[in-house]
Design a protein around this ligand. Structure first.
Ligand code: BGC
Length: 802
């Protein structure tokens, strides 16, 4: 029986139940509830203790609308956090399968669940809207033996006989934080507890949504000790963990019964050492009112020795915790930060002779870890949303660092599910509104922005290139096509009012110019605060992305063995490219709108005809020089900037930017204290802190460390079999005064490695190629060796000029 069939059969007699909640609390203030079911275990033939011999085991299938923690006979089941994870609940809800044989006892057994709002009903996203997927939390579970004897009834299934109780978690919200009154834990209340309520939410009736857990589970991955504890005010302690993370803290020593300790989490402190949260406060789009930062936990002690506080129904983005109300001083051993994220296998390593690059690699890694919590998010504090553009920009880099195949595919499945009927992609996936307008004017306007919606095409293609899962690529094709068709239709359908006014007569190429609709544009270039404006003509960006996605889709169709579709989309790509050139590329090889981002896209997306690439690249270099040798890219082009320069004959400039220390630059962030990548180039300046300090998009530069500094690349034009590192190029491009660099990527075919050093006037490279993989080695003196097979190969060339 497939896992899907097994869970469907197991849950067939289970009913969705909701807590008894006569007076619903306001959003952000809602408690977690306890739901309890009991069953008798006769200890007879099927006693689980004998299961070990017979191969039978007791399992629970469970899922929830909300976040649940499961306990069997008082013992927490499993080590996963924030179950059932986050997905487009309207179309896909993951069901966990827990093995509980060892927790059962002869006689009465108790299954208890702690159920809180989670992503389903809790506050979420930029404006912290609650009730995104529904107004009731609910739980569905069944306990049974596997393999089960035919259609045997489960030992226990959720239903109206379950009991509902308030819990010691008096408030739990993923954004706002969690309050716990430990005096209520295990409290026997008089009278019979009320029964759980059978859920009436129409969504519960749809069992086709139930799927086995597909995304890697969220776990507690690591613990960090404080690096510093200070007391900047009377009764105020600030703990610095030295690292910006996603997760929570574990606090010991809670003081005498009734002691109420408040923990506020943030990414920065002010000059006095007090927590600063202005940078993570969003505002209400409708009223412009600034919203509270959230991330506040509270614990009331029961005075029991050994009690600890560890919230597990919320998570925070933080480096600092400000603690008030504690009974005594907080010592280094009293508190740890728990790093929480999706568990992903590490695949990439990088080191270089200059430790600054190693730090940059670490900082990018931490930023990704801070934003890989069930889904790829934009930031772990202010929004915690699966912004499409962010993952579009970072997916390739993430696939170097970790095995993100299942993580990303789960998200792409949700993207396809949330895609509107016209092919438009919402900016946030999973989207509480499902596959249509949300009713929020801004969100509905923003759906379909170029560079964001292109995640529909570019992300599955990145995953195909990295992992070569053809079935996954084929599953994504309808969504990829729907996006490109939408963009192409939009391009054909209208003209920007500015263009109409300037040039009343439409030119033939404009059919392929996408200059209408809302687009974020390059977004967050240096000194350009976020200003989404639907009247701006972002045609130069949107048309470039339409070409990029049409061209990529043509490659995907070819890879999936559909030559006719490949031909259709490559014709579209060619027409869009011609239109882009006609409109934006002048005869003197300058662009009609000069910005670094536009030039980067012109080159990186292959928009500029072959013979004209060099002058365009030289103009990009000149723009950077005119800008004081400072980068000027924002969200979309930053990750492409250095590879584009290096590939177009400006390697030295790429290294100058990589090693730049002023603002805007990557190392400049680190000099100013960044332990994760900032959303704004000038996130921290003497005049204050702006924007999230944990956005991975600018960290896409880490790809350059692998592909150019160390020199591990997927072959550019993949023939069948080249995907998943079947064909690789080892092309180290030393520079920036580096004397050595090494990287490795653990691929589906084995580990690819490049390790070089300059010593004794020679450049020496050791390349590691897995068996069955074909490599081309490109050495810095211009020599090439093709057809290199599996094994460890060493090369040495004169280092003159390096
Ligand atoms: C998010 C970004 C996102 C952007 C544009 C911001 O609020 O944090 O990362 O991509 O909005 O929609």
């Amino acid at each position: 029986m497939s896992t899907q069939d097994a869970l469907t059969a197991a849950l067939a007699s289970a009913q969705w139940i909701s807590p008894h909640e006569p007076v619903p609390h306001p959003a952000g203030q809602r408690p977690a509830h306890e739901l309890t079911g009991r069953f008798h275990w006769d200890g007879a033939a099927t006693h689980p203790a004998e299961g070990a011999e017979t191969g039978a085991e007791a399992v629970v299938y469970a899922t929830a609308h909300g976040v649940y923690e499961l306990f069997v006979n008082g013992v927490r089941v499993g080590d996963e956090e924030l179950s059932p994870g986050f997905s487009s609940y309207r179309s896909r809800l993951q069901v966990q399968r827990w093995e509980i044989t060892a927790l059962l006892q002869a006689g009465e057994n108790t299954v208890t669940v702690l159920l809180s709002d989670g992503w389903f009903r809790g506050r979420h996203g930029f404006v912290r809207r609650p009730d995104g997927f529904g107004t009731d939390t609910a739980f569905l579970a069944a306990v049974l033996l596997e393999p089960s004897a035919g259609a045997a009834r489960p030992l226990l299934a959720t239903g109206a006989h379950w009991e509902s109780r308030p819990s010691h978690i008096t408030r739990a919200d993923l954004m706002d934080g969690q309050s716990v009154d430990l005096r209520l834990e295990g409290l026997e209340r008089p009278g019979r507890p009320p029964a759980a309520v059978l859920s009436t939410d129409p969504l519960c009736a749809d069992r086709t949504r139930l799927v086995p857990a597909e995304a890697p589970a969220v776990r507690r991955i690591q613990e960090l000790r404080p690096t510093q504890i200070s007391t900047p005010g009377e009764g105020v302690t600030v703990v610095d963990f030295g690292q910006n993370i996603n997760g929570w803290v574990r606090l010991h020593e809670l003081g005498p019964a009734g002691t109420r300790t408040v923990l506020r989490h943030g990414e920065a402190v002010d000059e006095a050492g007090l927590l600063l949260v202005e940078n993570i406060q969003a505002f209400d789009f409708a009223t412009r009112a600034v919203l509270p930062a959230g991330q506040v936990d509270e614990v009331i002690s029961a005075g029991r020795a050994g009690d600890v506080f560890e919230p597990r129904h919320t998570t925070h983005g933080f480096r600092y915790v400000q603690i008030e109300g504690a009974a005594g001083p907080i010592g280094m051993g009293d508190i740890v930060a728990v790093v929480v994220h999706s568990e992903l296998a590490r695949t990439g390593t990088f080191t270089a002779s200059d430790p600054l690059l190693n730090t940059l690699h670490d900082v990018v890694d931490w930023s990704f870890r801070g934003n890989a919590c069930a889904v790829p998010t934009d930031c772990p504090q202010r929004e915690r949303s699966g912004f499409t553009g962010d993952w579009q920009v970072f997916a390739d880099t993430a696939a170097l660092l970790y095995d993100v195949a299942a993580f990303s595919e789960s998200w792409s499945t949700d993207l396809a599910a949330d895609q509107w009927a016209d092919g438009r992609v919402p900016t946030v996936v999973p989207n509480p509104a499902g596959n249509g307008p949300s009713g929020s004017a801004f969100e509905d306007m923003a759906a379909g922005s170029a560079g964001w919606g292109d995640a529909a095409v570019l992300v599955p293609w990145s995953m195909w290139r990295a992992y070569g899962d053809r079935a996954a690529l084929e599953r994504a094709l309808p969504s990829m096509r729907a996006w490109v068709d939408y963009a192409a239709r939009s391009a054909a359908a209208g003209r920007h009012p500015g263009r109409e006014a300037e040039r009343p007569l439409e030119q033939p190429h404009e059919r392929y110019l996408w200059d209408t609709g809302f687009h974020f544009g390059e977004w967050l270039e240096p000194d350009t605060p976020p200003a989404p404006d639907p009247t701006v003509d972002h045609g130069i960006v949107a048309t470039a992305f339409l070409h990029r996605s049409a061209h990529t889709l043509a490659l995907a169709e070819a890879a999936a063995g559909r030559p006719a579709d490949a031909e259709r989309y490559s014709r579209l790509a060619a027409n869009v490219r011609a239109a882009w050139c006609a409109e934006y590329l002048a005869a003197d090889n300058t662009l009609s709108e000069e910005s670094q981002g536009h030039y980067v896209r012109a080159l990186a997306f292959g928009l500029v005809p072959e013979g004209r690439r060099q002058p365009v690249a030289d103009r990009l270099a000149a723009l950077i020089r005119e800008n004081g040798t400072r980068l000027g890219t924002g969200f979309l082009a930053t990750g492409l900037l250095l590879p584009t320069l290096a590939d177009a004959g400006h390697l030295d400039l790429a290294y100058e930017l990589l090693f730049a220390r002023d603002i805007p630059s990557w190392l400049g962030m680190i000099d100013r204290g960044a332990t994760t990548m900032w959303e704004w180039w000038d996130g921290v300046t003497p005049s204050g802190v702006r924007g999230s300090l944990n956005h991975y998009s600018k960290g896409a530069v880490a790809s350059f460390l692998y592909t150019h500094v160390a020199g591990i690349r997927l072959a550019e034009s993949p023939e069948p079999g080249a995907e998943a590192y079947g064909a690789v190029v080892i092309a180290p491009q030393p520079g920036g005064g580096l004397s050595a660099a090494a990287a490795s990527v653990h691929t589906r075919r084995g580990t690819v490695g490049a390790d070089w050093r300059i010593e004794g006037g020679a450049f020496r490279l050791t390349a590691t190629i897995p068996a069955g993989v074909t490599a081309e080695i490109r050495l810095p003196d211009g020599s090439r060796v093709s057809g290199v097979g599996g094994g460890t190969h060493s090369y040495s060339v004169a280092a003159a000029g390096l």
